[in-house]
Design a protein around this ligand. Structure first.
Ligand code: AMP
Length: 324
């Protein structure tokens, strides 16, 4: 979208140039003066209210004009932008216009100011007044008043757009075509810059996108590699654990085997609990208690001769059989 404010004092040629700009750049032409005159001709309440201001060469109140422009902005969708002619005429209107456009996600692109000397302005307006039928163009006093109002209330807007780097001043004197060429020069440069800027933004966005994609790929590849390394490490660890366990098992088995071998080789120890020893009717009776064996086996002990030798009892133990 290209939104241009064509700016200048009454008689600077805003209307004439706006029409040419509209055609060339396919813009909507929004002239608040034309809209107000239309309302006046239709005798609408708005037109009737505006009439006294227009006839006196004064500005119609901001709220009336801003409301009117707000309504017109709703119809601009089929155009490539808008050319604002005779609006804004006060700083408040300029701020309100920015707000209105902002709500449409849009903004003013350029403000082109037509610079014309006061005498030339007056001559043009008086000349126009002969054919246009506009009452405010016929009366030199009213013309002077309109130029004063312009200098006092409208011209300061230049500073508003200047601060935003949107203000361009051109000589508004010469032929219509000469002036138009100057205007086109500005608009064309703006369009070119905008295209370049858009291309830069698009290519930046593309580069950024590519970088993002490449970064994502890199991250993916890196994490895949890391996952593989982790998997390999896990497998290695598991193998080591298995090896250790196998070694341990082997060791245990060997130990068991050794123990078994040791057990097999070891002499069988028998603990016999000897209970009471009595002499009954000339016979010696020995009470034998529990046997404790290394293995859970039954033991048969053959007791041989028992004799008393010097006060000691001697028991002859024969074969010992162990049954598993
Ligand atoms: P113009 O045709 O632009 O010279 O406007 C004619 C008259 O309409 C002006 O002298 C004002 O009285 C009124 N007018 C047009 N535009 C505006 C505006 N933006 N703000 C206030 N009054 C306006």
């Amino acid at each position: 979208m290209i939104n241009v404010v064509i700016f200048g004092a009454p008689g600077a040629g805003k209307g004439t140039q706006s029409d040419k700009i509209r055609q060339k750049y396919e813009l909507m032409h929004l002239s608040t003066g034309d809209v107000l005159r239309g309302e006046l001709a239709a005798k609408t309440p708005l037109g009737l209210e505006a009439q006294k201001f227009i006839d006196n060469g004064e500005l119609v109140p901001d709220n009336v004009v801003i409301g009117m422009v707000g309504n017109k902005l709703a119809d601009n969708n089929k155009f490539k932008g808008i050319i604002f002619d005779g609006f804004p005429r006060t700083i408040s209107q300029a701020i309100a216009l920015d707000d209105l456009l902002f709500k449409k996600n849009d903004s003013i692109s350029l403000m082109i100011s037509l610079d014309v000397k006061k005498e030339e302005l007056i001559n043009r307006l008086l000349l126009r007044g002969k054919d246009s039928g506009r009452a405010d163009d016929k009366n030199e006093e009213i013309i002077e008043k309109r130029i004063d109002v312009y200098l006092r209330e409208t011209e300061p807007i230049i500073g508003y757009y200047h601060e935003q780097n949107k203000h361009f001043n051109i000589v508004g004197e010469g032929t219509i075509e000469e002036i138009f060429a100057r205007i086109c020069n500005i608009i064309d440069k703006y369009k070119l810059k905008k295209e370049e800027l858009t291309m830069t933004i698009e290519s930046d966005a593309k580069t950024n996108f590519t970088t993002v994609v490449e970064d994502a790929k890199l991250i993916e590849e890196t994490s895949e590699k890391e996952e593989k390394v982790e998997e390999q490490e896990e497998v290695k660890e598991e193998e080591e654990v298995e090896e250790e366990e196998a070694e341990e098992t082997e060791g245990e088995e060997e130990e068991e085997e050794e123990e078994e071998e040791e057990e097999e080789d070891a002499p069988i120890k028998i603990e016999i609990e000897i209970g009471d020893i009595k002499v009954v009717n000339g016979s010696l009776k020995i009470e034998i208690g529990d046997f404790e064996l290394l293995k859970n086996s039954e033991v048969e002990i053959e007791i041989g001769d028992i004799s008393i030798d010097g006060g000691n009892v001697q028991i002859e133990v024969g074969d010992i059989e162990i049954e598993n």
